[in-house]
Design a protein around this ligand. Structure first.
Ligand code: PHE
Length: 357
Protein backbone atom coordinates (compact mmCIF):
# COMPACT_ATOMS: atom_id res chain seq x y z
CA UNK A 1 0.00 0.00 0.00
CA UNK A 2 2.91 2.35 0.70
CA UNK A 3 3.81 1.63 -2.94
CA UNK A 4 0.41 2.91 -4.05
CA UNK A 5 0.55 5.94 -1.80
CA UNK A 6 4.00 6.99 -2.98
CA UNK A 7 3.07 6.33 -6.67
CA UNK A 8 -0.03 8.48 -6.21
CA UNK A 9 1.97 11.29 -4.60
CA UNK A 10 4.58 11.09 -7.38
CA UNK A 11 1.97 11.12 -10.20
CA UNK A 12 -0.05 13.90 -8.58
CA UNK A 13 3.09 16.05 -8.29
CA UNK A 14 4.02 15.35 -11.92
CA UNK A 15 0.49 16.21 -13.14
CA UNK A 16 0.40 19.43 -11.12
CA UNK A 17 3.82 20.42 -12.40
CA UNK A 18 3.17 19.63 -16.10
CA UNK A 19 4.19 22.72 -18.04
CA UNK A 20 2.07 22.13 -21.11
CA UNK A 21 -0.39 19.76 -22.78
CA UNK A 22 2.40 17.66 -24.36
CA UNK A 23 4.08 17.06 -20.98
CA UNK A 24 0.71 16.19 -19.39
CA UNK A 25 -0.06 13.69 -22.14
CA UNK A 26 3.34 12.01 -21.62
CA UNK A 27 2.46 11.56 -17.90
CA UNK A 28 -0.97 10.15 -18.82
CA UNK A 29 0.58 7.59 -21.17
CA UNK A 30 3.20 6.62 -18.57
CA UNK A 31 0.50 5.99 -15.93
CA UNK A 32 -2.69 5.01 -17.74
CA UNK A 33 -1.45 3.92 -21.18
CA UNK A 34 -1.38 0.29 -22.28
CA UNK A 35 1.88 -0.42 -20.43
CA UNK A 36 1.53 2.43 -17.94
CA UNK A 37 2.37 1.99 -14.26
CA UNK A 38 -1.28 1.93 -13.12
CA UNK A 39 -2.41 -0.23 -16.06
CA UNK A 40 0.31 -2.78 -15.19
CA UNK A 41 -0.91 -2.89 -11.58
CA UNK A 42 -4.49 -3.51 -12.78
CA UNK A 43 -3.21 -6.39 -14.92
CA UNK A 44 -1.49 -7.91 -11.87
CA UNK A 45 -4.89 -8.25 -10.14
CA UNK A 46 -5.54 -11.41 -12.19
CA UNK A 47 -2.64 -13.30 -10.59
CA UNK A 48 -3.62 -12.36 -7.01
CA UNK A 49 -5.44 -14.50 -4.49
CA UNK A 50 -9.10 -13.59 -3.98
CA UNK A 51 -8.30 -12.06 -0.58
CA UNK A 52 -5.47 -9.94 -1.88
CA UNK A 53 -7.61 -8.88 -4.79
CA UNK A 54 -10.41 -7.73 -2.46
CA UNK A 55 -8.27 -4.99 -0.96
CA UNK A 56 -5.89 -4.32 -3.87
CA UNK A 57 -8.70 -4.06 -6.48
CA UNK A 58 -10.54 -1.05 -5.02
CA UNK A 59 -7.24 0.60 -4.04
CA UNK A 60 -5.76 0.39 -7.54
CA UNK A 61 -9.05 1.33 -9.25
CA UNK A 62 -9.42 4.27 -6.85
CA UNK A 63 -5.91 5.39 -7.66
CA UNK A 64 -6.63 5.15 -11.41
CA UNK A 65 -9.85 7.19 -11.08
CA UNK A 66 -8.24 9.90 -8.96
CA UNK A 67 -5.23 10.24 -11.28
CA UNK A 68 -7.50 10.25 -14.37
CA UNK A 69 -9.64 12.98 -12.77
CA UNK A 70 -6.54 14.97 -11.84
CA UNK A 71 -5.21 14.73 -15.41
CA UNK A 72 -8.59 15.83 -16.84
CA UNK A 73 -8.67 18.79 -14.48
CA UNK A 74 -5.10 19.82 -15.34
CA UNK A 75 -5.83 19.38 -19.06
CA UNK A 76 -8.78 21.76 -18.87
CA UNK A 77 -6.63 24.30 -16.98
CA UNK A 78 -3.78 24.05 -19.52
CA UNK A 79 -6.20 24.36 -22.43
CA UNK A 80 -7.74 27.47 -20.90
CA UNK A 81 -4.25 28.93 -20.44
CA UNK A 82 -3.28 28.13 -24.04
CA UNK A 83 -6.46 29.80 -25.32
CA UNK A 84 -5.78 32.88 -23.23
CA UNK A 85 -2.22 33.08 -24.54
CA UNK A 86 -3.48 32.79 -28.12
CA UNK A 87 -6.12 35.46 -27.59
CA UNK A 88 -3.52 37.74 -26.03
CA UNK A 89 -1.11 37.28 -28.93
CA UNK A 90 -3.82 37.87 -31.55
CA UNK A 91 -5.33 40.79 -29.72
CA UNK A 92 -6.29 43.83 -31.78
CA UNK A 93 -6.88 46.94 -29.73
CA UNK A 94 -9.43 48.88 -31.70
CA UNK A 95 -9.27 51.77 -29.25
CA UNK A 96 -5.63 52.50 -30.14
CA UNK A 97 -5.17 55.51 -32.42
CA UNK A 98 -4.38 54.51 -36.03
CA UNK A 99 -0.77 54.97 -37.13
CA UNK A 100 -0.18 58.47 -38.49
CA UNK A 101 -1.41 58.75 -42.08
CA UNK A 102 -1.10 61.35 -44.78
CA UNK A 103 -3.83 63.93 -44.69
CA UNK A 104 -5.83 64.04 -47.90
CA UNK A 105 -5.77 67.33 -49.77
CA UNK A 106 -7.36 68.94 -52.79
CA UNK A 107 -5.29 68.84 -56.01
CA UNK A 108 -4.46 72.35 -57.30
CA UNK A 109 -6.29 71.60 -60.56
CA UNK A 110 -9.46 70.80 -58.61
CA UNK A 111 -8.90 73.89 -56.45
CA UNK A 112 -8.68 76.05 -59.60
CA UNK A 113 -11.77 74.24 -60.99
CA UNK A 114 -13.66 75.28 -57.88
CA UNK A 115 -12.30 78.83 -57.97
CA UNK A 116 -13.32 79.22 -61.64
CA UNK A 117 -16.81 77.84 -61.21
CA UNK A 118 -17.30 80.02 -58.12
CA UNK A 119 -16.29 83.16 -60.07
CA UNK A 120 -18.42 82.30 -63.12
CA UNK A 121 -21.39 81.15 -61.02
CA UNK A 122 -21.40 84.59 -59.43
CA UNK A 123 -21.58 86.09 -62.93
CA UNK A 124 -24.62 83.94 -63.73
CA UNK A 125 -23.00 81.02 -65.60
CA UNK A 126 -24.27 77.46 -65.16
CA UNK A 127 -21.95 74.44 -65.37
CA UNK A 128 -22.28 72.10 -68.38
CA UNK A 129 -20.49 68.84 -69.10
CA UNK A 130 -19.76 66.58 -72.05
CA UNK A 131 -18.06 63.24 -72.65
CA UNK A 132 -14.26 62.79 -72.74
CA UNK A 133 -14.64 60.41 -75.69
CA UNK A 134 -16.02 62.41 -78.58
CA UNK A 135 -16.93 61.85 -82.20
CA UNK A 136 -15.55 63.74 -85.16
CA UNK A 137 -18.76 65.74 -85.56
CA UNK A 138 -18.74 67.31 -82.08
CA UNK A 139 -14.98 67.74 -81.75
CA UNK A 140 -14.30 69.04 -85.28
CA UNK A 141 -16.94 69.17 -88.03
CA UNK A 142 -19.66 71.07 -86.20
CA UNK A 143 -16.97 73.52 -85.02
CA UNK A 144 -16.17 74.44 -88.62
CA UNK A 145 -12.87 72.54 -88.89
CA UNK A 146 -12.16 71.93 -92.56
CA UNK A 147 -11.59 68.27 -93.55
CA UNK A 148 -7.84 68.91 -93.89
CA UNK A 149 -7.32 70.83 -90.64
CA UNK A 150 -4.02 69.69 -89.02
CA UNK A 151 -5.65 69.15 -85.60
CA UNK A 152 -7.46 66.15 -87.07
CA UNK A 153 -4.16 64.45 -87.84
CA UNK A 154 -2.80 61.67 -85.69
CA UNK A 155 0.03 63.69 -84.15
CA UNK A 156 -2.33 66.01 -82.30
CA UNK A 157 -5.27 63.85 -81.33
CA UNK A 158 -5.64 60.49 -79.65
CA UNK A 159 -7.88 58.46 -81.99
CA UNK A 160 -9.50 55.11 -81.25
CA UNK A 161 -9.69 52.23 -83.74
CA UNK A 162 -12.59 52.75 -86.16
CA UNK A 163 -15.89 51.31 -84.88
CA UNK A 164 -18.28 49.09 -86.88
CA UNK A 165 -19.65 52.15 -88.67
CA UNK A 166 -16.08 53.03 -89.74
CA UNK A 167 -16.12 56.04 -87.42
CA UNK A 168 -13.03 56.94 -85.41
CA UNK A 169 -13.87 58.25 -81.93
CA UNK A 170 -11.22 60.32 -80.17
CA UNK A 171 -10.31 61.78 -76.79
CA UNK A 172 -11.61 65.31 -77.07
CA UNK A 173 -8.84 67.78 -77.87
CA UNK A 174 -10.68 70.72 -76.29
CA UNK A 175 -13.84 71.47 -74.32
CA UNK A 176 -15.42 73.26 -77.31
CA UNK A 177 -17.62 70.23 -78.24
CA UNK A 178 -19.57 71.04 -75.06
CA UNK A 179 -20.54 74.36 -76.75
CA UNK A 180 -22.11 72.36 -79.56
CA UNK A 181 -23.81 69.87 -77.26
CA UNK A 182 -25.25 72.73 -75.19
CA UNK A 183 -26.48 74.76 -78.18
CA UNK A 184 -28.12 71.65 -79.63
CA UNK A 185 -29.89 70.70 -76.40
CA UNK A 186 -30.82 74.08 -74.86
CA UNK A 187 -32.71 77.10 -76.07
CA UNK A 188 -30.95 80.49 -75.88
CA UNK A 189 -30.24 82.60 -73.91
CA UNK A 190 -27.34 80.37 -72.83
CA UNK A 191 -24.65 81.13 -70.29
CA UNK A 192 -22.47 78.15 -69.41
CA UNK A 193 -18.97 77.19 -68.39
CA UNK A 194 -17.76 73.65 -69.11
CA UNK A 195 -14.75 72.49 -67.13
CA UNK A 196 -13.24 69.13 -68.01
CA UNK A 197 -10.35 66.94 -69.16
CA UNK A 198 -8.84 67.34 -72.62
CA UNK A 199 -6.14 65.40 -74.46
CA UNK A 200 -3.40 66.14 -76.98
CA UNK A 201 -0.19 64.44 -77.97
CA UNK A 202 2.03 66.98 -76.28
CA UNK A 203 4.42 66.67 -73.37
CA UNK A 204 6.92 69.23 -72.11
CA UNK A 205 7.30 71.71 -69.28
CA UNK A 206 4.17 73.62 -70.26
CA UNK A 207 2.19 70.77 -71.90
CA UNK A 208 0.80 67.53 -70.53
CA UNK A 209 -0.97 64.93 -72.75
CA UNK A 210 -3.99 65.10 -70.44
CA UNK A 211 -4.88 68.55 -69.22
CA UNK A 212 -7.91 70.52 -68.12
CA UNK A 213 -9.80 73.30 -69.83
CA UNK A 214 -12.77 75.43 -69.01
CA UNK A 215 -14.99 76.51 -71.86
CA UNK A 216 -17.27 79.52 -71.65
CA UNK A 217 -20.27 80.14 -73.89
CA UNK A 218 -22.80 82.96 -73.95
CA UNK A 219 -25.59 83.03 -76.55
CA UNK A 220 -28.10 85.85 -76.55
CA UNK A 221 -29.27 88.79 -78.65
CA UNK A 222 -26.89 91.67 -79.39
CA UNK A 223 -23.83 90.05 -77.82
CA UNK A 224 -20.52 91.55 -78.98
CA UNK A 225 -16.75 91.45 -78.33
CA UNK A 226 -17.12 94.09 -75.60
CA UNK A 227 -19.07 91.58 -73.49
CA UNK A 228 -16.34 89.00 -73.98
CA UNK A 229 -13.62 91.46 -73.05
CA UNK A 230 -15.38 92.65 -69.90
CA UNK A 231 -16.16 89.09 -68.81
CA UNK A 232 -12.57 87.93 -69.22
CA UNK A 233 -10.99 91.01 -67.65
CA UNK A 234 -13.32 90.79 -64.67
CA UNK A 235 -12.62 87.10 -64.39
CA UNK A 236 -8.83 87.71 -64.42
CA UNK A 237 -8.99 90.30 -61.65
CA UNK A 238 -11.08 87.98 -59.49
CA UNK A 239 -8.96 84.93 -60.20
CA UNK A 240 -5.58 86.54 -59.59
CA UNK A 241 -7.11 88.45 -56.67
CA UNK A 242 -5.64 91.79 -57.71
CA UNK A 243 -7.06 94.85 -59.44
CA UNK A 244 -3.63 95.43 -60.98
CA UNK A 245 -4.05 92.77 -63.70
CA UNK A 246 -3.41 94.19 -67.17
CA UNK A 247 -4.70 92.20 -70.15
CA UNK A 248 -4.49 92.54 -73.91
CA UNK A 249 -6.34 90.94 -76.80
CA UNK A 250 -4.30 89.77 -79.78
CA UNK A 251 -5.98 88.82 -83.10
CA UNK A 252 -5.85 85.07 -83.64
CA UNK A 253 -7.56 82.34 -85.63
CA UNK A 254 -9.90 79.59 -84.50
CA UNK A 255 -12.19 77.86 -87.02
CA UNK A 256 -15.18 78.20 -84.65
CA UNK A 257 -14.97 81.91 -83.75
CA UNK A 258 -14.91 85.06 -85.90
CA UNK A 259 -13.34 87.37 -84.97
CA UNK A 260 -10.97 85.39 -82.76
CA UNK A 261 -8.45 86.56 -80.20
CA UNK A 262 -5.98 85.33 -77.68
CA UNK A 263 -5.74 87.08 -74.36
CA UNK A 264 -2.41 87.77 -72.66
CA UNK A 265 -1.77 88.92 -69.10
CA UNK A 266 1.00 91.33 -68.31
CA UNK A 267 3.58 89.85 -65.99
CA UNK A 268 7.12 90.02 -64.76
CA UNK A 269 9.37 87.08 -65.56
CA UNK A 270 12.63 88.48 -64.22
CA UNK A 271 14.02 86.54 -61.27
CA UNK A 272 12.91 83.07 -62.34
CA UNK A 273 9.25 83.28 -61.26
CA UNK A 274 6.20 84.86 -62.84
CA UNK A 275 4.51 87.77 -61.10
CA UNK A 276 1.11 88.94 -62.28
CA UNK A 277 0.22 92.62 -62.18
CA UNK A 278 3.73 93.99 -62.77
CA UNK A 279 6.54 93.92 -65.32
CA UNK A 280 6.57 94.19 -69.09
CA UNK A 281 6.21 90.59 -70.34
CA UNK A 282 3.01 89.02 -71.69
CA UNK A 283 1.72 85.53 -71.10
CA UNK A 284 -1.01 83.92 -73.22
CA UNK A 285 -3.72 82.36 -71.06
CA UNK A 286 -6.78 81.82 -73.24
CA UNK A 287 -8.47 81.89 -76.61
CA UNK A 288 -11.87 83.30 -77.41
CA UNK A 289 -14.03 85.12 -79.90
CA UNK A 290 -17.50 85.51 -81.35
CA UNK A 291 -19.16 82.18 -82.14
CA UNK A 292 -18.83 81.63 -85.92
CA UNK A 293 -22.15 81.91 -87.84
CA UNK A 294 -21.48 78.49 -89.37
CA UNK A 295 -21.24 76.94 -85.89
CA UNK A 296 -24.52 78.61 -84.88
CA UNK A 297 -26.18 77.25 -88.02
CA UNK A 298 -24.70 73.78 -87.42
CA UNK A 299 -26.43 73.86 -84.03
CA UNK A 300 -29.78 74.97 -85.45
CA UNK A 301 -29.54 78.65 -84.44
CA UNK A 302 -30.17 81.57 -86.80
CA UNK A 303 -27.08 83.85 -86.72
CA UNK A 304 -29.25 86.84 -87.65
CA UNK A 305 -31.20 86.34 -84.43
CA UNK A 306 -28.59 84.97 -82.01
CA UNK A 307 -24.98 85.88 -81.39
CA UNK A 308 -22.57 84.85 -78.75
CA UNK A 309 -19.06 84.62 -77.54
CA UNK A 310 -16.99 81.67 -76.46
CA UNK A 311 -13.66 81.24 -74.77
CA UNK A 312 -11.46 78.38 -73.62
CA UNK A 313 -8.64 78.41 -71.14
CA UNK A 314 -6.19 75.91 -69.70
CA UNK A 315 -6.94 75.27 -66.05
CA UNK A 316 -3.65 73.59 -65.11
CA UNK A 317 -1.58 76.34 -66.66
CA UNK A 318 -3.67 78.94 -64.84
CA UNK A 319 -3.09 77.11 -61.55
CA UNK A 320 0.63 76.77 -62.26
CA UNK A 321 0.73 80.50 -62.86
CA UNK A 322 -1.20 81.47 -59.74
CA UNK A 323 0.47 79.00 -57.39
CA UNK A 324 3.96 79.05 -58.87
CA UNK A 325 4.58 75.55 -60.24
CA UNK A 326 7.58 75.29 -62.52
CA UNK A 327 6.60 72.12 -64.48
CA UNK A 328 3.06 71.25 -65.57
CA UNK A 329 3.83 67.53 -65.76
CA UNK A 330 4.45 67.34 -61.98
CA UNK A 331 0.73 67.96 -61.56
CA UNK A 332 -0.06 64.46 -62.83
CA UNK A 333 2.97 62.49 -61.64
CA UNK A 334 1.15 61.25 -58.51
CA UNK A 335 4.02 62.20 -56.19
CA UNK A 336 2.64 62.53 -52.65
CA UNK A 337 5.41 64.97 -51.68
CA UNK A 338 4.23 67.28 -54.45
CA UNK A 339 0.59 67.13 -53.35
CA UNK A 340 1.63 67.61 -49.70
CA UNK A 341 3.32 70.81 -50.77
CA UNK A 342 0.82 72.19 -53.29
CA UNK A 343 -2.47 70.63 -52.11
CA UNK A 344 -5.33 72.60 -50.57
CA UNK A 345 -7.50 71.91 -47.54
CA UNK A 346 -10.73 70.11 -48.38
CA UNK A 347 -12.53 72.32 -45.86
CA UNK A 348 -11.63 75.64 -47.50
CA UNK A 349 -14.12 75.69 -50.39
CA UNK A 350 -13.39 78.66 -52.70
CA UNK A 351 -15.98 81.35 -52.34
CA UNK A 352 -15.76 84.88 -53.77
CA UNK A 353 -17.15 86.34 -50.53
CA UNK A 354 -14.70 84.73 -48.11
CA UNK A 355 -11.70 84.55 -50.44
CA UNK A 356 -10.78 82.17 -53.20
CA UNK A 357 -7.48 80.69 -52.16
N1 PHE B 1 -10.89 75.41 -78.09
C1 PHE B 1 -9.81 76.35 -78.18
C2 PHE B 1 -8.50 75.63 -77.82
O1 PHE B 1 -8.54 74.63 -77.22
C3 PHE B 1 -10.00 77.52 -77.29
C4 PHE B 1 -11.19 78.35 -77.66
C5 PHE B 1 -12.44 78.10 -77.10
C6 PHE B 1 -11.08 79.38 -78.55
C7 PHE B 1 -13.53 78.85 -77.42
C8 PHE B 1 -12.18 80.14 -78.92
C9 PHE B 1 -13.38 79.88 -78.34
O2 PHE B 1 -7.44 76.09 -78.13
Amino acid sequence: MTDLASLEAELAAAVTGAADLAALDAIRVAALGKTGSISNMLKSLGSMSPDERKTAGPAINGLRDRIAALIAEKKAALEALALEAQLASERLDLTLPAPPRRKGSVHPTMQVFDELTAIFAEMGFAVAEGPDIEDDFHNFTSLNFTPKHPAREMHDSFFFQPNDAGERMLLRTHTSPVQVRTMMSQKPPIRIVAPGRTYRKDSDQTHSPMFHQIEGLVIDRDIHMGHLKWTLETFCRRFFETEAVVTRFRPHHFPFTEPSAEMDVQCDRSGGSIKIGEGSDWLEILGGGMVHPTVLRNCGLDPDEWQGFAFGLGIDRLGALKYGMPDLRDMFSGDVRWIDHYGFSAFAAPNPATGLS
